[in-house]
Design a protein around this ligand. Structure first.
Ligand code: ARG
Ligand code: MN
Ligand code: MN
Length: 301
């Protein structure tokens, strides 16, 4: 299998500027070379194009909707193309709004192939706000809602069905920041959220056995990795960091256990903000975790 790197250099969905430099930060950190060192074939498709960030205040509960639509259209097409070629798309964000396009394309592909899709959402946030409940209007806080069929009409239904995924098809790990109305949405939708308290009490190992326990034989596993999932002490280069995240070791184990499932089919790496980073540490960290996700291990060759 070939891993296809796709850059989506935008921060139109974010609250803080700078995530648009994420794809190049990952390239500078040696993402392609690192994967090749594990005998994977890698192609870098370069960066997608899209509108600049107009940096407008939130109008009626949502910021930059036309720009977010344009970026996601480009992401959707690029990810769909790689899936058609049989490649593993690795989308380099960009802020987390780009997951709308990538996961919609993956859901459509899985449906046409008759395969089940499972999404693992690694994040400090659940990103399940809608335009009617978001306190910020930033669309990077809304991708999960859109994928479940609940966002603004322009961002819903891209997979060919109103909902790209059902609530039971997504699991959240590392959560520690949920807005007031978002909590109610999580309860109403019945989402499976493994928050930091769960990881504190049960440990990452047990949490991941729960996450991966009922993965079917031909399930396509998609990982949406928001770098703010990590503790900001490890990963300072993010726009919406929240303290109290998983440690480096816990996150490594999480990635290794996903790799062991043998089901990884696609990946988003989002929210790296080089303008806030310390000597590209966060992108370098992301490269280490992505290697583990693709099966690098200390002793096995
Ligand atoms: N919940 C907050 C909001 O909706 C923060 C979202 C942060 N999302 C992210 N992908 N970093 O504005
Ligand atoms: Mn986040
Ligand atoms: Mn996120």
């Amino acid at each position: 299998n070939t891993v296809s790197l796709i850059g989506a250099p935008t921060d139109v969905g974010a609250s803080v500027r700078g995530a648009g430099m994420g794809p190049d930060a990952l390239r500078v950190a040696g993402l392609a070379e690192a994967l090749r060192s594990h005998r994977l074939d890698v192609v870098d498709r370069g960066n997608l194009a899209g509108p600049p960030n107009p940096w407008q205040p939130s109008g009626n509960g949502i910021r930059h909707l036309p720009e977010v639509v344009a970026w996601n259209r480009a992401v959707f097409d690029a990810v769909a193309q790689e899936l058609t070629l049989g490649n593993v798309p690795l989308l380099m964000g960009g802020d987390h709004c780009v997951a709308i396009g990538s996961i919609s394309a993956i859901a459509r592909h899985c449906r046409t192939q008759g395969r089940k899709l499972r999404v693992v959402w690694l994040d400090a946030h659940t990103d399940v706000n809608t335009e009617s409940i978001s306190p910020s209007g930033n669309i990077h806080g809304m991708p999960v809602a859109c994928l479940l069929g609940h966002g603004p009409a322009e961002l819903v239904g891209w997979s060919g069905e109103r909902a790209a995924i059902a609530p039971e098809d997504i699991e959240f790990i590392g959560i520690r920041s949920v807005d007031a109305d978002e909590k109610q949405a999580i309860r109403m939708l019945g989402l499976q959220v493994f928050d930091m308290r769960h990881i504190d009490e049960h440990g990452m190992r047990y949490t991941m056995t729960e996450v991966l326990q009922d993965l079917g034989e031909d399930t396509h596993l998609h990982v949406s990795f928001d770098l703010d999932c990590l503790d900001p002490m490890e990963a300072p280069g993010v726009g919406t960091g929240v303290r109290g995240g998983p440690t480096y070791r816990e996150m490594q184990l999480c990635m290794e256990m996903i790799a062991d499932s043998g089901r990884l089919g696609s990946l988003d790496v989002v929210e790296i903000n080089p303008a806030l980073d310390v000597r590209n540490r966060t992108a370098e960290l992301a490269v280490e975790f992505v290697q583990s996700l693709f099966g690098a291990s200390t002793l096995a060759r």
